[in-house]
Design a protein around this ligand. Structure first.
Ligand code: ADP
Ligand code: ASP
Ligand code: MG
Length: 481
């Protein structure tokens, strides 16, 4: 029987220090005994943030601060190497190759500080360094365990468009490159360790897939290689019914559909990058979310159709890095094309619109954008509607950053009457005021906007209402296949 090919991705906390990397190497060693594995790794936790901070400080002219960040990062990586690699010669060699990568980063920061300019392209190159550093370390740790392994930079594998900071793969080219580069390694029994998060344009310019994008790298490579399974190893026991930092009774969902998982990710469940499942939609490859700190747990299986839990609601999520923009006033009734003009403006800015709500009298259009897009979106709308404001057809364009979206997610909500009523009464019992409500026509999510200070209470109330924190029943536990 043909052995299963698996792609295994390890997030930042899973490769956070030498002990974590050693644990990852053991997981990979065990997996490699069963069949070929391609590893995909994130930067050590916190490293990408520090690199971006260095780049921004350099842009502000503070090259000294950027240099200090690099010193600290060098030390952190050298300490990890020191405990991971016993052989002196090999450690010195690895340390020298990491040093070269640090050198590239420092050069770029120096240039940035000199010019006081940080282009999206340079920012991508600086923020990619974390993955370029962690991949050789993980490959080195695997070799220590006697597993043949080789680090591979994903600039050789994933061909993307040139949208820096959030690039998308070009499927066919990625497939050709990945197969050509990785298949020969796998055939020789070598476990490749690819850098997550990054790709390159056809002409070789480095791009990143967006923050948290290593999950997406794993599914892109899984699809490109026709993998049988993708496993995303993280620091929690799978996709939980709510963010465990918000609801301590949250529990693991044994199986969830692509659509449900995507809705959760889109509305803030950080465990998965929102684009992750896009790459495997056509092939229908199962994606597991598992805990690298507790590999004995089965985790969550994400499949095209998922599995019904009978009750309709599967999970809750909340997102607070968002802002509410309202365009309103009695004069906008009858003003032609307000909606069209509003959303042409957001589209032009490539602003990420997460929720839209409009009252039937058209007195108010409100929508939510990601916080980084908020100010420039409001400014662009004020410009677009300047004439209408002057003629009092539009009364106000306001921006409220102190809000949060809470989303209730589950495929089976379709055809389960009363979910909305139960959601809103549970929230009302906590005296939480609803600012706006939206339900997509797919009916696999109901989302509502509350004041940021009410977010936790709203999530907890809905969590109790739908019994999502109750103990897992025996028959709903899935065994790892
Ligand atoms: P990684 O570094 O492995 O990519 P992330 O920090 O990006 O991990 O994502 C894992 C985190 O996502 C968890 O530690 C958890 O706090 C958060 N999270 C938010 N919502 C959920 C959810 N519904 N289920 C599981 N984890 C969640
Ligand atoms: N290291 C990148 C980030 O912090 C990508 C990832 O971890 O998924 O955003
Ligand atoms: Mg992540």
């Amino acid at each position: 029987m043909k052995k299963k090919l698996r792609v295994m991705k390890f997030g930042g906390t899973s490769v956070g220090d030498a002990a974590c990397i050693a644990r990852v190497a053991q997981i990979l060693k065990d997996a490699a005994k069963e069949g070929p594995v391609v590893a995909v790794v994130s930067a050590m936790s916190g490293v990408t943030n520090r690199l971006i901070e260095a780049a921004k400080r350099a842009e502000a002219g503070d090259g000294e601060h950027a240099h200090r960040i690099f010193e600290a990062l060098r030390k952190q990586h050298d300490t990890a190497l020191g405990s991971l690699i016993r052989d002196d010669e090999k450690r010195t060699w690895l340390s020298a190759s990491l040093s070269k990568i640090f050198g590239e980063g420092e050069q770029l920061c120096k240039g940035t500080a000199l010019l006081h300019e940080l282009t999206p392209r340079t920012l991508d190159t600086i923020s990619s360094l974390g993955e370029r550093l962690s991949a050789p370390m993980v490959a080195g740790a695997l070799q220590e365990l006697g597993v043949p392994s080789e680090p591979v930079e994903a600039t050789e594998l994933i061909v993307t468009d040139s949208y820096h900071g959030g690039a998308d793969p070009i499927r066919e080219r990625t497939r050709e490159r990945s197969q050509a580069r990785l298949r020969p390694l796998l055939e020789r029994g070598i476990t490749p360790v690819a850098t997550g998060f990054i790709g390159a344009t056809e002409s070789g310019v480095l791009t990143t897939l967006g923050r948290g994008g290593s999950d997406y790298s794993a599914t892109i490579l899984g699809a490109a290689l026709d993998a049988d399974e993708i496993v995303i190893w993280t620091d929690v026991d799978g996709v939980l019914t709510a963010d465990p930092r918000l609801v301590k009774e949250a529990r693991t969902i044994p199986e969830i559909s692509y659509r449900e998982a995507t809705e959760l990710a889109y509305f803030g469940a950080k465990v998965l990058h929102p684009k992750t499942l896009r790459a495997v939609e056509q092939a229908g490859i199962p994606v597991w979310i598992r805990n690298s700190f507790a590999p004995e747990h089965a985790g969550t299986k994400i499949t095209p159709k998922g599995r019904s839990n009978g009750g309709g609601v599967k999970a809750l999520t909340a997102i607070r890095d968002v802002a509410l923009i309202t365009i309103g006033g009695p004069g906008i009734v009858g003003l032609p094309d307000v909606v069209g003009r509003t959303f042409s403006t957001t589209a032009e800015l490539k602003a990420n619109v997460l929720l839209i709500s409009q009252s039937s009298s058209q007195n108010d259009i409100c929508f939510i954008v990601a916080a980084p897009d908020a100010k420039r979106t409001a400014a662009a709308l004020r410009k677009e509607f300047a004439q209408d404001v002057a003629h009092e057809k539009v009364e106000h364009i306001t921006l409220d950053p102190n809000i949060a979206i809470v989303a209730v997610v589950g495929e089976n909500m379709r055809g389960t009457p009363g979910v909305a009523a139960r959601t809103f009464s549970s929230v009302a019992r906590e005296n939480v005021n609803l600012i706006a409500i939206a339900q997509g026509s797919s009916e696999s999510n109901i989302s509502f906007v509350v004041s940021e200070k009410d977010m936790k209470a709203a999530v907890e109330a809905a969590n109790r209402e739908f019994g999502l924190g109750a103990p897992v029943s025996r028959e709903s536990v899935v065994k790892v296949s």
